[in-house]
Design a protein around this ligand. Structure first.
Ligand code: SF4
Length: 212
């Protein structure tokens, strides 16, 4: 497996010599390469088609994903599904994953509130993401949100300035960044939410034209 741009994370030692998506997913269940395994219920590995021509990368699993052990199945995942349908992209033909595979959270009353992963945690988890990319070999990687975009395109990258652009990369022929669906859900009012949803669908439509 390639180790370009990755840390010396202990997670590399867990990756099978001849990896498949299934064997890597199984190996990731026992990952202790950073402390986030203590917080999350389980490793939430990526999911989707082995032959996907587009691979979406979010930040980390949310509360519902953590409990179900599946990526993009919470409220943001449902918005994502609807936006994909509106853009004419079949989610079954894609692969979805996160930069970090365990849910990082802090308590607020009885709720578990999302906490942004730090650079050490992102670097520790990088081998899993690099292996997923190497196995799927997507035509386009789509970073959802700033954490994923900066992990894939560098710390200087700004989603606000460069969203929707197709950027050549060593990871895939193109990397594109847009917002994370959860940011649309957090919009301050319904009008803003609808506007942001339309912009998100427009980005996905651009993607649909490239991968067809
Ligand atoms: S977040 Fe990633 S590196 Fe950290 S324990 Fe979980 S799978 Fe391993």
């Amino acid at each position: 497996m390639p180790r370009a741009n990755s840390s010396e994370s202990k997670a590399w030692d867990l990756i099978p010599t001849r990896p498949t998506l299934s064997s890597v997913k199984t190996a990731a269940t026992g990952c202790r390469a950073c402390d986030l395994w203590k917080k999350g219920t389980q490793t939430v590995f990526g999911e989707g088609s082995r032959r996907a021509n587009v691979l979406f990368v979010g930040e980390q699993p949310g509360n519902e994903e953590d409990l179900k052990g599946k990526p993009f199945v919470g409220p943001a995942g449902r918005l994502f599904d609807n936006a994909m349908e509106a853009a004419g992209i079949d989610r079954k033909q894609t692969y979805v994953t996160n930069v970090v595979k365990h849910f990082k959270w802090e308590p607020r009353g009885k709720r578990r509130i999302h906490k942004k992963p730090n650079s050490t945690e992102i670097a520790a988890c990088r081998p899993w993401l690099e292996t997923e990319i190497a196995l799927v070999k997507p035509q386009v990687i789509v970073a959802l949100g700033a954490t994923a975009a900066q992990a894939l395109l560098g710390p200087q990258f700004r989603v606000t300035k460069q969203r929707g652009e197709f950027i050549p990369s060593t990871l895939a022929p193109y990397v594109m960044a847009t917002v994370h669906p959860s940011s649309i859900l957090r919009a301050p009012d319904d009008e803003t939410r609808q506007l942001e949803l339309r912009r998100f669908i427009d980005d996905l439509k651009k993607l649909a034209r490239v991968i067809k």
